[in-house]
Design a protein around this ligand. Sequence first.
Ligand SMILES: NC(=O)c1ccc[n+]([C@@H]2O[C@H](COP(=O)([O-])OP(=O)(O)OC[C@H]3O[C@@H](n4cnc5c(N)ncnc54)[C@H](OP(=O)(O)O)[C@@H]3O)[C@@H](O)[C@H]2O)c1
Length: 288
Amino acid sequence: MKKILFQLDTDPIPNTFDTVVACDGGADYVSCRGNIKPSTVGTMVDGAVFTRPPRAKKNTALFVTGSNMGEGEAVLASIRNHFFGDFRVSVMLDSNGSNTTAAAAVAYMGQHVQLQGKRAVVLAGTGPVGQRAAVMLAREGVDVVLTSRRADRAETACDAMHRRFGVKLIPAAAGDPESLGSTLHDANIVLATGAAGVQLLTEEQWRERPALEILLDANATPPLGIQGIALADRAANRHGKICYGAIGFGGFKLEVHRACIAKLFESNDLVLDALEIFALAKQMIAER
Ligand SMILES: NC(=O)c1ccc[n+]([C@@H]2O[C@H](COP(=O)([O-])OP(=O)(O)OC[C@H]3O[C@@H](n4cnc5c(N)ncnc54)[C@H](OP(=O)(O)O)[C@@H]3O)[C@@H](O)[C@H]2O)c1
């Protein structure tokens, strides 16, 4: 029986990146749909859950993607509302690669630094990757400051993650060098999750900070998010700090992503969101 993955994208045009990884992760057939809304996803869920006998339902799975985290969460909630009894299939949420990217980043950090009790700054953390990374760090016992250019956007993101995961994040506006400098004071961890091609931090702003132990930049498009870190850095020592660039941890992100896809076909009742994907990433890195 073929393993079928329905890639349900909240954007009008489904993301080709996710389609490639879906195939590499073990799906035999990927059906891509765009413009998915909570109000319209129900017919697709019905088609997925009513077609195969109980023991074969694990060969059908759903993968929610798209650039908007909130929209992805709403679609996931609607899908789960349509399930009942054994009429369900496994489903994964990874809007903009948020969960798999954040899980790989934070799992790598945990390899080098005892996270519990540390202070982290997630720069431009209002996007999908930053929000999820902030949640994962907080769940590891880290005090997390989530920044934005605008205080209200930082607050909205922190409130959303509190509602969804019960974590307390600290919102901060860090749109100018002065506020950025005070936010970075005493930070042990910096994770840059700004939009592609946006520099958030100059080398001068981070190299002389003795408390800073590790920096990771998710942005792979020049100019990079953190000046002074190379794209391929993987635990590179720069100014006495451990540094990761986007390609440096991107290979592991892809491994995690593929492993999640494979896992979807192991049973028909999995829901893979931030915490499940982070647990898998930590297990994978521990087994290396
Ligand atoms: N390495 C990997 O494997 C991997 C995988 C997936 C994604 N990524 C990368 O991870 C990063 C985060 O992804 P995402 O989807 O979460 O990002 P995003 O939503 O595109 O952007 C994140 C935040 O960046 C801020 N921003 C946008 N334009 C800006 C500007 N001109 N100046 C300063 N800040 C700006 C915004 O925050 P405010 O408006 O609130 O300030 C925005 O919410 C991206 O660079 C993406 O390419 C990497």
